[in-house]
Design a protein around this ligand. Sequence first.
Ligand code: PLP
Length: 392
Amino acid sequence: MTAGEGPGGAAGARAADWALATRAVHAGMSPDPATGAIVPPLVTTSIYAHDHPAPYSYGRDHNPTWERLEEALSELESGAGAVVFGSGMAALSAAVATVPLGGTVVAPADSYTGLRRLLGELEAAGRLRVRLVQSADTEAVARACGGAQLVCLETLTNPLLRVPDIAAVVAAAHAAGARCLVDNTFATPIGCRPLSFGADIVVHSASKYLGGHSDLVLGAVVAGSAELAETLRVYRTDHGAIPGQLEAWLALRGLRTLALRVPRQMASAAWLATRLEADPRVVRVHHPALPGHPDHDRAQRQLPAGFGGVISMELHGTADDAEAVCRGTRLWSHATSLGGVESTLERRARWPGDDHLPPSLLRLAVGIEDREDLLDDLVGALDRVGAAGGQD
Ligand SMILES: Cc1ncc(COP(=O)(O)O)c(C=O)c1O
């Protein structure tokens, strides 16, 4: 690329040939037409001049900073168009709203609790019907697809990190006349690009890895067709589910380092999973990098760049012991969420939608710190709690 040419400029046609690491830096990055600024400006206006050639009118309809982020996300996910929302839940709600009244949605029984709660509320209100399935069980998902309009998957489920067979589920969904939505929050486009497996809609909570610094809440949908992207854009305007301008700008900046952060987080998670599995205070570690994980082979095919940066592990001992381990670390922040540069951990059964999980199951979201320091910190916390190796 010659100086001054950006992905949206004269060299744009070649963007598809660039490696993802290059695209993460350059996507949505053509110089600002008004000033030549290389870093896209943060545009905070709510009103635009009527007598101006730019096609903008009001801040709930358009924003150039959102559009930069949308261009970048669409490019990274190889989509036909992206629409950013005020949160990952707003993005999921918009996608679910494409299902007609009385329609059926298939979703993972172990999906993010927010999706299950939303679907449960919509079902209770008579808006739609919901079928929850184990999404890694392709046969079970295929059986549930009949008569459905939307089949939801997560690239990696939360917190047991199960891996559905996206292409097989897409085939079953399409045979039933349903769309397939994949929440790609845990894998990011660095780990997996579900549209390339035939999925129709990709959803992200950009509050996690895309933003990457735990300083914003934002969501996005990337659609496989321009028509669906437009439907979702109209929904956003009409429902007012818009993101903040600063959040969009921060997420765009976060994308620039995605290809540095995520592979490191994934590699550290795989390394930690192996070490933790050998600790006598640990009953079981869930991470698809482990050969004993039920979806290890599928994950190797579907997530070739790594197995995700989240691990969960069940400890010997009680829920109180597990809580004490969370409070006893110095590097790992005792907090929910994932995808930031700093590592976090929490006991998952503390949340109402996840209270069926083993009481001592911890979810660890690995940051970019030194992996030996992270392991030492965890082992130190386990030592201080005196979690009893080999006992329950
Ligand atoms: C997989 C997944 N999808 C969606 C969401 C919702 O995202 P947000 O918190 O940005 O609304 C989350 C939040 O934790 C999540 O983990």
